[in-house]
Design a binder for this molecule. Sequence first.
Ligand SMILES: [Fe+2]
Length: 387
Amino acid sequence: MHAPSKLSGPVTLLRPPLLRYGAGAVDGCAEFLRAGGYRKVLVVKSPHIGGAEAAIAACGEAVESLIIDESVPPEPDVAACEAVVRAAGSPAPDVVIGLGGGSVLDVAKLAAAVAGADYGVRDLLGAGPPPPRRAALVCIPTTSGTGSEVSPNAILYDEEAKAKRAAIGPALVPDAAFVDPCLTLSLPPEITAATGIDALSHCIEAYTNLFAHPVIDLYALEGVRLIAGALERAVRDGSDLEARAALSLGSLYGGYCLGPVNTAAVHALSYPLGSRFRLPHGLSNSLLLPHVLRFNISAAPERHAAVARAMGAEAGSDIMATAEEGVRLVEQLSARCGLPKGLSACGVTAEDIPSLAAAALKVTRLLKNNPRPVSQADAEQIYHQAL
Ligand SMILES: [Fe+2]
């Protein structure tokens, strides 16, 4: 059975020393640069971001040199990240700003981690905590999904290992995060939907996690409530600032879950879909989430029932019925947000499943968190149900 989370258990929280949240928050970035006396700034940025032009111009006025790099592709690999580091030239930047979605933030985090160092990006993946940074790091999310702006994690596709790999440690926690829902107003509905379900899965996987902790439970459940209440609204009307703000906050809370508790089987089974089929991370999570939850319910029924209530479920005839209603609401939310229903719509076939399951079982750093052990046969069954 699921171990109850104990208030007396030790937990470590790592947070950016400066967090500014809310409409117009990004305008605080220039002052951060000025106060820190920084000189050379590298801005790793997604192209086509609306609403940040004035803030970037103000940052340029606060420093001697500002380089903008928009080269990060979707689902970036090590080579793409190293290209960003090289293009920044010498001397290395003394501050790196990530302005974009999760991939862009993770590339910025790794670029800051290796700026001026004698090791490369690949040296940090799958290794112990990265050494302390020489460059400062600022993260400004433009999607509401990853939570990377406050987490100690960075994920990158390693083309040599043919898998997504993680670097995790205090050096990847930004010095400042500016979480501004206005920067998400122009996100298209399909990206709003997929990234929102990613954030939802961070919260759910943390709350139902074997290593769940009361310090984090608070954020996890409130994140579920915020995202469940706002995602469909933001998908239908991207200009709804209150819905966007709820998603920014829910995503931020999901990010708080990632360091101390982290995710579990949804993410473990999701990564091979990103590596092999290049499925966007949020989309692959949305396709797997209900099936992994159904698999997990029996191992932690009370926790899943609490998630269900945070999703807006009425109490059922018993704990199991309530928990199952929560899964139905998760499925309904994805459907109402227009997300695809099955992996087969994304090019995955039954023949792919054994190797996908084998790859997922290698993600032991996350599977160890899952409330129910996952075998090769279990993983295959979950992929089949998600097909
Ligand atoms: Fe995620």
